[in-house]
Design a protein around this ligand. Structure first.
Ligand code: GLY
Length: 573
C-alpha cells in the first residue's frame, strides 16, 4: 500500500529544480491565457481566444488538442469535469465522468473472491462508457461562441499533419509500446513508429485514424461519437474482445450540468466540483477544518502547520471513503460535509501537539481503495472578458486501457478501476467495499478530480486543478492555501512543496524540498509516519490580480507544460 502511494505521488521526475522557479519571468496577459500540460495544445486554445473565442471555446479546443498531443491523459475516450464561471459571476459545472456499462456487475472484477487488478489495469473490461465528447459538446451548447467545427478542427489538423515529439513523449511512447500497449495490435498500429524502431525527440507523430475520428466529430458533432460510425467501431471492438460497452451504452450516455460546491475561506469563495467527484467536497471540508487555526502565523512549512493540515486531510479523506459516490445513485451528504458546523466538530478532535490514528477515527472502515492513478491532466483558461474555465479530464491510468479502438485511432479509458470492486470487503491492503462507490450499471465511478475557481469580492482570483489520483485534492489544497492563506503569487504557490495524506494508509508523503529534517523529526515525534520524496501533481494554474491581469503558471513538475497567450507572447513556462 505504501509503495502504491509513493508511486501515486511520484507523478513524473522533476525536470527543473523547484527553487529555480523564483525569479522566472511570469506569463501575463489581459487578453486571455491557456495553461496546460502540452505546449501545442495550449497554443491551440490560445489561438481560439485570439480568434474571438471565449474561455469555453478555448478549453474545448485545448481538450481536443490534448487528445492528440498528450496521449497519456488527453482524450476523447475518457471523461472528466469542467467548471465555468461567467463574467457576470454565475458558475456551473459539467460532469462528463464515464459510466459503468449496462452489462457491468458488482463482482465483475473478482476472480475466486479476489480482485483481479489486471482486468482494470488494461484491456477491454477496463473502460467505462466515455464521456469527454458529450461533455465538451454540452459545454459548447451552453456557452460556445465560435462554431463547434472551428474549435475541433485544430485537433484534426494536429493529428492529420502530425506534431513533433518531445523527448519525454518519445520515451513515454517507447515505454508503452514495449510494455502494456504492445499487447494491443490497434495500439501498435496507431502509436508505433512507421517502419519499426523506437521514437526519438524531434520525430513527427502522425495519427491518421485519430484525424479521421476527430474530423467526424468536427463535422457531425458529439452524435458522431455516440451514435454514428465511431460508436459502431467502439461496439465492434468491444464485442470482438470480450468488452461490455455496447451501442446502447453509447447512445444513452449523457453528460450533466451540475451546480458547483461552494465554500468560504477567509473571505475567498471556493467554487469546485461536486460528486461524482469527491474533490470539491473534500477540499472545502479541509479548508473549513483549517480556518480556525492561524497557519500563517505558525509558518507555511513548520511542523505545527503541517500537522494541522495532515489532521484535516485525515478527517476529510475518511469522510470521502464513508460517504462519497455518484449522487444519481446514492445520497451523498454534501451540505453537511462542507458545513462550518461539521468542520468545527472535526477541528475539535484535533490535538495540536499529537497525531491522531486513522484507524481510531474510522473503526467502521478499514482502508480505502488506492487504485486511482496519476494520469489525468488539468488545464486552466481565462478570456479577455474574465470568463474562467477549470477542467480536469482523464483516461485514469497512463494511456488508459492501452487499447486503441481499431480503425478509430483513440485510446479508451480504464476508469472502472475507480469503483469499489469487492462489495462488503474492506481490508488493510487498501480495498474498500462500502456501498457508495460500488459498481452499478449506468453509475459513475467516484473521482478525486478537483477543478477549482477561487473568487474574492466577486472577481476571479485563482483557477487551478491537478492530476494525481487521490493526491489531487491535497495538491489543490496546497495551491489554494498558497494563494489565500500564505499570500504567495501563483508561480510560488504552484512551485511550493506539497504533501499527501489520505486517511489510510496512515502515512504522510512530503515532497523532498518540502521540509527540513528538523520538521520531519518533529512530525515523527508528534506521531506521524512521514515519507519524504517523489513529486505530486501537475497544477496548471492562473491567478488574476485586482487590475484584471492574468498570470499563468504551468507546473514544472511535468515536462512540456506551457502558459499560452493569444498574442503569441508565450514562454515555455
Ligand atoms: N482517475 C482519477 C480520478 O478520477 O480521480
Amino acid at each position: 500500500m505504501i509503495r502504491r502511494i509513493a508511486a501515486a505521488v511520484a507523478v513524473v521526475a522533476l525536470t527543473v529544480p523547484l527553487a529555480a522557479a523564483i525569479g522566472d519571468v511570469p506569463v501575463t496577459s489581459r487578453d486571455g491565457l491557456v495553461v496546460c500540460s502540452s505546449a501545442p495544445a495550449c497554443d491551440v486554445g490560445a489561438k481560439i481566444l485570439g480568434r474571438g473565442g471565449n474561455a469555453v471555446d478555448a478549453a474545448i479546443a485545448t481538450a481536443f488538442a490534448l487528445a492528440v498531443t498528450h496521449p497519456s491523459a488527453g482524450n476523447i475516450g475518457g471523461g472528466g469535469f469542467m467548471i465555468v464561471r461567467t463574467p457576470n459571476g454565475d458558475a456551473t459545472t459539467f460532469d462528463f465522468r464515464e459510466k459503468a456499462p449496462l452489462k457491468s456487475t458488482r463482482t465483475m472484477y473478482l476472480r475466486d473472491g479476489e480482485i483481479d487488478i489486471s482486468l482494470t489495469n488494461a484491456g477491454y473490461l477496463a473502460p467505462g462508457v466515455p464521456g469527454t465528447v458529450r461533455g465538451l459538446g454540452l459545454a459548447h451548447k451552453r456557452f460556445g461562441k465560435l462554431s463547434w467545427r472551428e474549435i475541433v478542427t485544430p485537433a484534426v489538423q494536429l493529428a492529420d499533419e502530425g506534431f513533433v515529439l518531445s523527448d519525454a513523449l518519445a520515451r513515454s511512447l517507447n515505454h508503452q509500446l514495449s510494455g502494456a500497449m504492445g499487447r494491443f495490435h490497434a495500439s501498435v498500429e496507431a502509436y508505433g513508429k512507421p517502419g519499426g524502431g523506437t521514437w526519438a525527440a524531434g520525430d513527427r507523430l502522425v495519427l491518421k485514424d485519430l484525424a479521421k475520428t476527430l474530423r467526424l466529430i468536427a463535422t457531425g458533432g458529439p452524435d458522431a461519437f455516440y451514435k454514428g460510425w465511431i460508436a459502431d467501431r467502439i461496439a465492434e471492438d468491444m464485442a470482438a474482445n470480450g468488452g461490455l460497452i455496447t451501442k446502447e451504452d453509447l447512445a444513452k450516455y449523457e453528460a450533466k450540468e451540475r451546480a458547483p460546491v461552494r465554500g468560504q475561506y477567509r473571505g475567498y469563495e471556493i467554487i469546485s466540483m461536486p460528486p461524482p467527484s469527491s474533490g470539491g467536497t473534500a477540499l472545502i471540508e479541509m479548508l473549513n477544518v483549517l480556518e480556525p487555526f492561524d497557519l500563517k502565523a505558525k509558518g507555511r512549512n513548520s511542523a505545527d502547520s503541517l500537522h494541522l493540515q495532515i489532521e484535516a486531510m485525515r478527517r476529510a479523506y475518511l469522510d470521502r471513503a464513508r460517504f462519497l459516490g455518484d449522487p444519481d445513485f446514492v445520497e451523498v451528504p454534501v451540505a453537511r460535509l462542507i458545513s462550518k458546523e461539521h468542520a468545527r466538530t472535526l477541528s475539535g478532535t484535533i490535538d495540536p501537539l499529537k497525531a491522531s490514528r486513522s484507524v481510531d477515527l474510522g473503526k467502521d472502515i478499514v482502508a480505502p481503495s488506492s487504485q486511482e492513478s496519476d494520469e489525468t491532466t488539468h488545464f486552466s483558461v481565462i478570456d479577455r472578458n474574465g470568463m474562467a474555465v477549470a477542467s480536469t479530464y482523464t483516461l485514469e491510468g497512463s494511456y488508459g486501457s492501452r487499447a486503441v479502438v481499431k480503425g478509430a485511432g483513440f485510446l479508451l479509458n480504464n476508469e472502472m478501476g475507480d469503483f469499489n470492486k469487492n462489495p462488503g470487503v474492506t481490508d488493510g491492503a487498501g480495498n474498500i467495499g462500502t456501498a457508495a462507490n460500488l459498481i452499478d450499471p449506468g453509475k459513475r465511478m467516484l473521482s478525486s478530480m478537483t477543478p477549482t475557481i477561487v473568487t474574492r469580492n466577486g472577481r476571479v482570483v485563482l483557477i487551478t486543478g491537478s492530476p494525481g489520483g487521490r493526491t489531487i485534492i491535497n495538491t489543490v489544497l496546497s495551491v489554494v492555501l498558497g494563494v489565500t492563506e500564505f499570500d504567495l503569487d501563483v508561480r510560488d504557490a504552484v512551485d511550493a512543496p506539497r504533501m499527501h495524506h489520505q486517511w489510510l494508509p496512515d502515512t504522510v508523503t512530503i515532497e523532498r524540498d518540502g521540509v527540513t529534517e528538523e520538521v520531519v523529526q518533529k512530525l515523527r515525534t508528534m506521531g506521524h509516519t512521514v515519507n519524504v520524496g517523489g513529486t505530486q501533481g501537475d497544477a496548471n494554474s492562473i491567478q488574476v490580480d485586482e487590475a484584471g491581469l492574468a498570470t499563468g503558471a504551468a507546473d514544472r513538475r511535468s515536462p512540456g507544460g506551457k502558459a499560452s497567450t493569444p498574442a503569441g507572447l508565450t514562454s515555455p513556462r
